[in-house]
Design a protein. Structure first.
Ligand code: SF4
Ligand code: MG
Length: 338
């Protein structure tokens, strides 16, 4: 059986004045219907670019794409703009961090939700308005029949986020891409929005790609996890595998800087030193090597010289030169008092 969404060896390169940015450099994953894949990484890891490419929202004149993106049997990379237009908002839709940027200030919330619905279903204005009210109710906006005529600026940040979710789900999409949708919200509202997404996923059976830099959010919502670093996948597995027994030093580093998560080994709480790599001139070999605490454990300058391959067994694996059978032990060493 074919997966619902299949991404194979995706490469997304942009031309800039300073040269080619290899924003995504050989990424593969599958996603089943109704499941949630969490993509985690720092900013500039390629996670947002991957998803804009799936949605067909990149600038074709400046972007070179290789590989394959197949959604429900449809090859998205060879789809025409017209076909993509039909899919966006209908079969696949998205929510972003900034609801104000996706909602127009000039039209009422109800009109915006309703227009998306009309565009894909041919419903009448009256039907679309009724659907907008129904969706606002579903996402927990009080008095939806009154609020439907409000403009975005009349909504609070959390309510705008709910309205954006209502708009994204109005056509019952099969794939929802959520790019840091709760990052700008306070913790309480964030938790409410996460609960709402989980409820709606149950109801609609939507597959979700959830992009975040926050492993706490991943722990809450994901079935499977993909960790990106420097445009590549460095680790993949089920949520339990990746959070419970990480294989990659970068994942270990992310986990150890998360105060709220119970880490697999007791590493002192600290963010990973250094900053994400330049994708114009990525580091040689393992892209994580300038920041890796374990680089000396691999002999012969291999980390700087040779790019580790992502070794997968049944969807589980990582890209690192450390011997896999000794990795837990090596990781535990770091935590031991010196
Ligand atoms: Fe660290 Fe080397 Fe593994 Fe890269 S390959 S994560 S530098 S140990
Ligand atoms: Mg982003």
């Amino acid at each position: 059986q074919k997966p619902f969404l299949s991404v194979k060896d995706l490469k997304v390169h942009f031309s800039t004045e300073d040269g080619t940015v290899k924003a995504v450099d050989g990424l593969s994953f599958d996603l089943a219907r109704g499941k949630t894949l969490g993509i985690v990484g720092e900013s500039g890891s390629g996670k947002s670019v991957t998803n804009l490419t799936i949605l067909g929202l990149h600038d074709p004149a400046r972007t070179q794409i290789d590989g394959e993106i197949v959604l429900d049997g449809k090859d998205l990379l060879t789809a025409t703009e017209r076909e993509l237009e039909r899919l966006r908002g209908n079969t696949m839709s998205m929510i972003f961090q900034d609801a104000l940027a996706s909602l127009s200030p000039y039209h009422t919330i109800g009109r915006q939700i309703g227009e998306t619905y009309r565009k894909h279903t041919g419903a009448s204005k009256k039907e679309a308005r009724a659907r907008a009210i129904e969706m606002l109710r579903k996402v927990g906006i009080p008095q939806p029949d009154m609020r439907v005529d409000d403009y975005p600026h009349q909504f609070s940040g959390g309510m705008r986020q709910r309205a954006m979710i209502a708009m994204a789900l109005v056509c019952d999409p099969e794939l929802l891409i959520a790019d840091e949708p709760t990052t700008a919200l306070d913790v309480t509202v964030q938790a409410q929005i996460m609960d709402l997404l989980k409820e709606l996923q149950q109801e609609f059976g939507t597959a979700i790609i959830f992009i975040t830099h926050d492993l706490g959010v991943i722990a809450d919502i994901a079935d499977d996890v993909l960790v990106m670093y420097g445009g590549r996948c460095v680790e993949r597995g089920t949520k339990k595998e990746v959070l419970g027994s990480p294989q990659h030093p970068y994942t270990l580093g992310l986990l150890s800087s998360m105060p709220s998560l119970e880490g697999p080994v007791d590493v002192p709480l600290s963010p990973i030193p250094g900053s994400p790599p330049s994708l114009l001139k990525p580091p040689t070999g393992c892209r994580f090597h300038p920041r890796c605490a374990f680089v000396d454990r691999v002999g012969g300058g291999r980390c700087a010289g040779e790019s580790p391959v992502l070794e997968l067994t049944g969807g589980r694996g990582s890209a690192c030169h450390l011997p896999l059978d000794r990795r837990a032990e090596i990781f535990a060493d770091l935590a031991a008092p010196r």
